[in-house]
Ligand binder design. Structure first.
Ligand code: ADP
Ligand code: ADP
Ligand code: MG
Length: 474
């Protein structure tokens, strides 16, 4: 095993990694910005190194400072978490050059998969179904328009360097195309410093289904089943569940096969996720590979019993996988709710501030990943997610009930959060049927927000849902 690891991240994922290291006798060093001086990861890690002011550019994205901190504290590996430098091939290469193990895949695998247009080309060549679209990046709006006319509208214009749902625009007709192209490219330029875009067919009313992969340094690849992440607002996930309700076994087998093929094609190592969109005909298409641990990894941990972060640490230490595909059995059903410091009644605008009081749920089958405590201050500089609540149940119905119960137990005072909106989702008929698509939020959230504004959440929804629940009891 590793002896000492530097965590180049903040928030709940930093704490997740620190806890895992502590559980395995690994020393930890956390780097932090001035804004995170009083954060739980800083309190919990064995050592901490301040690397700059609040602005991520001046701290969490400062590669030289992080490498130096790792060297000065005698770390042998760096865990990048998610976001920040986790999918930055230059940073992974710098770790490699400085004799530090980057806990993730090689810099070349990150580079290949990070360029989403290129990744699609590689996957297509490997026999993984991809969304029909341009062969690689598109250099001008006119060229893109021609391609869009060939594949047929609606299309999506997507940033090659994209992530977090940014740099993506929909065009429903040739008339809309040029504007959409330019605005996608401009957003990509400002968000990622790279305006390169590509064009692909918009799969109408799809489900977002992704497969968790684990791969070691010896070419062994296994999958840990799928997650349904179709509850998204502006292409950002809100709630995830595993397994995906209502998939038949043959589709599942093909999906797993494609994901393992994808990981092998890029000589993947560590934990990773292969993302697909699935149409109403159950045909699925690769959209991208996330070369890092994901926000929603706990739902997979809950249903497989496999500890993904522990596996990342083991694999980084050079150990071969100690689980085989046949050992992976899906147990029941898990759901995760992302709780964000956002005001749902004001277009989900981030609402940082001081947490006056917090109480988290407990009990059988409930897990909480959060760094907030009474008096903690949520900084405006970073992602608004303040907690993840994850539950596992024997059946989907039980998991839903357990999540309702867990959210009902949760109290967060001082800042607005998305707790109530999550609770409303858990009483929504479309959600309960389990066959919802990525259009869910746009269609269903407005009514929930109206109820929320009126201050009587879940009343009518609950009554309707209880009726539905009885009819779907398994
Ligand atoms: P997941 O599939 O794990 O849910 P997300 O797209 O939600 O991934 O991203 C995880 C975290 O990383 C979020 O906090 C998001 O804001 C951040 N993130 C994702 N991609 C990028 C990117 N390209 N640049 C900056 N931050 C990103
Ligand atoms: P990011 O890198 O920002 O996560 P993705 O390529 O994973 O971008 O797409 C984000 C979301 O956008 C997906 O989860 C899905 O909901 C939607 N999406 C992406 N591509 C398509 C497509 N071709 N058709 C329909 N929806 C799509
Ligand atoms: Mg994605």
């Amino acid at each position: 095993m590793l002896n000492k690891v530097l965590i180049a991240n903040r928030g709940e994922i930093a704490l997740r990694v620190i806890r895992e290291c502590m559980d395995n006798g690994i020393q930890t060093v956390i780097v932090y910005s001035e804004a995170d001086r009083d954060s739980l990861p800083v309190m919990m890690a064995d050592q901490s190194v301040c690397i700059g002011p609040a602005s991520p550019r001046e701290s969490y994205l400062q590669m030289d400072r992080i490498i130096t901190a790792a060297q000065l504290t005698g770390c042998e590996a760096i865990h990048p978490g998610f976001g920040f430098l986790s999918e930055n091939p230059k940073f992974a290469a710098m770790c490699e050059e400085n004799g530090l193990k980057f806990i993730g895949p090689s810099s070349s695998a990150i580079a290949d998969m990070g360029d989403k247009a290129k990744a699609k080309e590689m996957m297509k060549a490997a026999g993984v179904p991809v969304v029909p679209g341009s062969d690689g990046p598109v250099s001008s709006a006119e060229e893109g328009k021609k391609i869009a006319e060939e594949i047929g509208f609606p299309v999506l214009i997507k940033a090659s360097a994209g992530g977090g749902g940014r740099g993506m625009r929909r065009a429903d007709s040739a008339d809309e195309f040029i504007d959409a192209f330019q605005s996608a490219s401009m957003e990509a330029e400002s968000a990622f410093g790279d305006g390169t875009v590509y064009v692909e067919k918009l799969v109408v009313n799809p489900r977002h289904i992704e497969v968790q992969i684990l791969a070691d340094q010896f070419g062994n690849v296994i999958h840990l089943g799928e997650r349904n992440c179709s509850i998204q607002r502006r292409n950002q996930k809100m709630l995830e569940e595993a397994p995906c309700f209502g998939l038949d076994d043959s589709v599942r087998a093909d999906l797993y096969d494609a994901a393992v093929k994808a990981a092998k094609a890029c000589h993947y190592e560590s934990a990773g996720t292969v993302e697909f969109v699935m149409g109403s005909d159950n045909r699925f298409y690769f959209i991208e590979m996330n070369t890092r641990v994901q926000v929603e990894h706990p739902v997979t941990e809950m249903v497989t019993g496999v500890n993904i972060v522990y596996q990342q640490l083991r694999i980084a230490a050079g150990a071969p996988l100690n689980i085989e595909q046949k050992d992976i059995k899906i147990q029941g059903h898990a759901i995760e709710c992302r709780i964000c410091a956002e005001d749902a009644t004001n277009d989900f605008s981030p609402a940082p501030g001081k947490v006056d009081f917090v109480h988290f749920p407990g009990g059988n089958g409930v897990r909480v990943e959060s760094i907030i405590y009474n008096g903690a201050v949520i900084s405006p500089w970073y992602d608004s997610m303040v907690a993840k609540i994850i539950v596992q149940g024997n059946t989907r119905v039980q998991a839903v009930r357990r999540m309702r119960r867990a959210l009902a137990e949760t109290v967060i005072r001082g800042i607005p959060t998305t707790l109530d909106i999550q609770q409303a989702i858990l009483y929504n008929m479309q959600f309960l049927r389990g066959s919802y698509t990525t259009g869910f939020a746009e269609k269903e959230l407005p009514a929930m927000i109206r109820i929320l504004k009126a201050g009587t959440i879940a009343g009518e929804e609950k009554r309707k849902a209880d009726v539905q629940e009885e009819s779907t009891e398994d």
